[in-house]
Structures are given as structure tokens and as C-alpha cells.
Write a protein that binds this ligand. Sequence first.
Ligand SMILES: [Zn+2]
Length: 87
Amino acid sequence: MQRYLWQQADGARHAYDTEQGEPELGRPLATLCGATVVPRTQDYVPGMWLDPTCEACEDALVVVAGWSAEEMAVLRGHRDRRVSGAQ
Ligand SMILES: [Zn+2]
């Protein structure tokens, strides 16, 4: 199992450390960005993770994953295109 996974909650997809606990319906979950979120029923519906990715979690994840500055720049480039709506 991967150490870091994603969970949608409180309007965004956040990353969490599986060694700090697993998401549970209605239970506060600590995330990599520092927010404590609470997954609700709608956050467990398959195919319905439509909330935006938490960019602070994405940044924290690439740091713990040991990405290079170059790889992070590529990620930021993708993010900029996402914001502008171009593909
Ligand atoms: Zn987050």
C-alpha cells in the first residue's frame, strides 16, 4: 500500500499519510496541507470525486516524495494550464 493517498473531503481532494490513520466517515482526518477535514457520505461515492485538488497537499506530497525542482516545475506548468482552461 502506498504511504500517501488522496481523500476528498470538505470541498477538495486532500492527501494524507496512511501512517497517521485512515479516512473514516464523519471522523476528522489530518491532511498533508495541515487542514483537518471530515469525509462525508458524498465523498465516498465512486466516480464522484469532482472537487478540486488541494494544491497545498499536492505541494506537500511532492516534497515528501522527494521530487526534484525540475519535476515540481512540470507539475506547476500543468497546474497553470489547468487554471487557464487550456489543455
Ligand atoms: Zn490539503
